[in-house]
Design a protein around this ligand. Structure first.
Ligand code: A3P
Length: 306
């Protein structure tokens, strides 16, 4: 069973996976499911969406889902929340009858699956077969502020104090661990491979059409202009907020009157961070860039237009 012994509010609904403090998971992401992934059957035509929490998982998944349905939004409406959110590490949990890894094993191809997992907990076949993998990254500061709101939004976490969360974030003591480590491991493992696409939330936000075309191209879908327009319209922030209300069983995850779509902007952190918190993040960022020898900032600064 998950270890919860050392965890205190607002983290009592989490556990340290394999007892490791850098592996903090929410209990809905079941220990047994993660263990079972080592035998998970990957398919060459699977699509894996990889994100650190709050980097825009639902945003990219709707782009991908809409593309895979050639812009027929009616076909992807009215899904149950647990069928929309296919985090491979999810369930079973209250309200979620069946673990994702079991559920998707009965699905027809091509499957679209998401995960926040670090590389070493992924099904090994993800790296021996050739599924398509899309990694979306977002400024850790915006992930942090979004995660703070998330604690008050979902039932599997508890609201918490902002200053407290910032400190925990910098220590890598938040759900799914350290932002930098997650990115470094994925980039080191997959960077440069032809079945791997990296996108930034910041770029998708600025040019949804361009990002959607890149994704369609990567996945091998040749959409006509009408189909592509429907993908782009569907994934507009306000449209998605309305659309997500058509997803049934939202209350398994969400507290009353709370939404996945909160603000959906780049740089929200600027109006929330104190000068001291900004300094703390900068110091952390510089330390991690040195430690890993990676210029992490390139993964969340907008790509200049050609
Ligand atoms: P904010 O909390 O900053 O608003 P995830 O899906 O990984 O949990 O990420 C959630 C973040 O993505 C939230 O950020 C949410 O508002 C944002 N998001 C979701 N859909 C979006 C969209 N269509 N356009 C822009 N941002 C979106």
């Amino acid at each position: 069973m998950p270890e919860t012994t050392e965890l205190t509010p607002p983290f009592e609904k989490t556990y340290y996976y394999d007892g490791r403090k850098d592996r903090l998971m929410v209990t809905a992401m079941h220990n047994d499911s993660i263990h079972a992934l080592k035998d998970f059957e990957v398919r060459d035509d699977d699509v894996y969406i990889v994100t650190y929490p709050k980097a825009g998982t639902t945003f990219i998944l709707e782009i991908v889902d809409a593309i895979m349905h050639r812009g027929n939004i009616d076909e992807i409406k009215g899904k149950r929340m647990e069928d929309k959110l296919n985090l491979i590490e999810l369930g079973p949990a209250p309200g979620i009858e069946i673990a994702t890894y079991k559920k998707v094993s009965t699905w027809k191809s091509p499957r679209q699956i998401q995960t926040h997992l670090p590389v070493d907990l992924m099904p090994p076949q993800v790296f021996t077969k050739k599924p398509r993998i899309i990694l979306v990254t977002r400024n850790p500061r915006d992930c942090c502020i979004s995660l703070h709101a998330w604690h008050a939004t979902v039932k599997f976490l508890e609201p918490c104090d902002w200053d407290y969360l910032v400190d925990r974030f910098v220590e890598g003591q938040v759900i799914w661990g350290c932002w930098f480590e997650h990115l470094a491991d994925w980039i080191n493992k997959m960077g440069g491979k032809d079945n791997f696409l990296h996108l930034k939330y910041e770029d998708i936000k600025e040019d949804r059409q361009g990002a959607s075309e890149t994704v369609a191209n990567f996945l091998g879908y040749d959409l006509n202009p009408d189909e592509m327009k429907r993908v782009v319209d569907h994934t507009d922030f306000n449209n998605m907020k309305e659309y997500m209300k058509t997803v049934t069983q939202r209350d398994v995850f969400l507290r009353e009157n709370r939404h996945w779509q909160r603000k959906g902007i780049v740089g929200d952190w600027k109006s929330n961070f104190t000068v001291a918190q900004d300094e703390k993040f900068k110091e952390w960022e510089q330390r991690k860039c040195k430690e890993y020898g990676i210029d992490f900032m390139q993964y969340y600064t907008k790509t200049p237009k050609k």
